[in-house]
Write a protein that binds this ligand. Sequence first.
Ligand SMILES: O=C(O)CCC(=O)C(=O)O
Length: 312
Amino acid sequence: MPDEEKMDVPFPALTSAQRLHLDIYGYVVIPETLTSDECGILIDALQELKRDLIAAGRPSSKSEDLSLKVRGAGLAGTKPSHHDFMRDIEQADPSFAAYITHPRMIGLAAELIGGEVRMVESNAHINTRSPDWDTQDAEAFRYSFHRGIDVPYGSYTRHGLYHCNFVKTLTNLTELRPDDGGTVVIAGSHKMDLPPEQLIECAYQDRSLIHQVVAPAGSTLLFVEPLIHATGRLTSERERVIIITGYGPAQLPYWGDGVLTDEFRAQIPANQHLLFHGRQNWNRRVHERTDLMSAVDPRPFELGVWNERDSQ
Ligand SMILES: O=C(O)CCC(=O)C(=O)O
């Protein structure tokens, strides 16, 4: 691929300690990936999208009638809820495309995927506590635990380091204190090729196996999808706002329900073709970290303007 078609992304994107944390637990929280101003821009745009989706009658992201959707996006749940899961948001606001194309996010995903990446889904959640939160028994609470890909198909190890073909960057746009419902994970489950029901049952027997994200606004939860995970239990009066991109190897398909408009397609620069369109080819063009102790590429990157990114 000519250099002008390659984006400038950090490599390695993780410090050695972050990489080790990811390998052991299946996730790591990266601080300060976005500034508070950048979080504010994304929150405003997500709140606007949420208002517009409600005004449009809560269209399903699965609707085949694209005219019902709002700027390409829809909702996972069409009934009024304390938890709005907005799907296929990639075209709904330029700041969402800026998040997807953020070089640090792509670098984080690419390091775990072990080569070129494409966007496979683009989502956001805005949630408050459930109406029955105060009658729930915290000790007996059950999360909606799930994993996005199974362990043997989704993972491989090379140079002693874990890699995965389905990775998410989930950025906390609001501060998450312990009662703010940060994402929960069953730590280390990304390497356990066992029925998820068994792993979940064991985690409820020993809840220290369940780790919850408690982190400032502007931090990113990087995790691999064989890791069993769920939305946490929110009991505070605060609203949680998160934005997520799913990334995969360039030859896997996009699996959201969004359809890029001609207008959006026309704005995709050469160095983002792979990210938005992938490549139909057997060669995934491996680029792996070979040493845990390799120095991180620490360059700062901005949310910026999505289609004005530097090439390599
Ligand atoms: O709401 C959350 O924190 C979890 C999101 C999630 O389950 C996912 O992206 O697969």
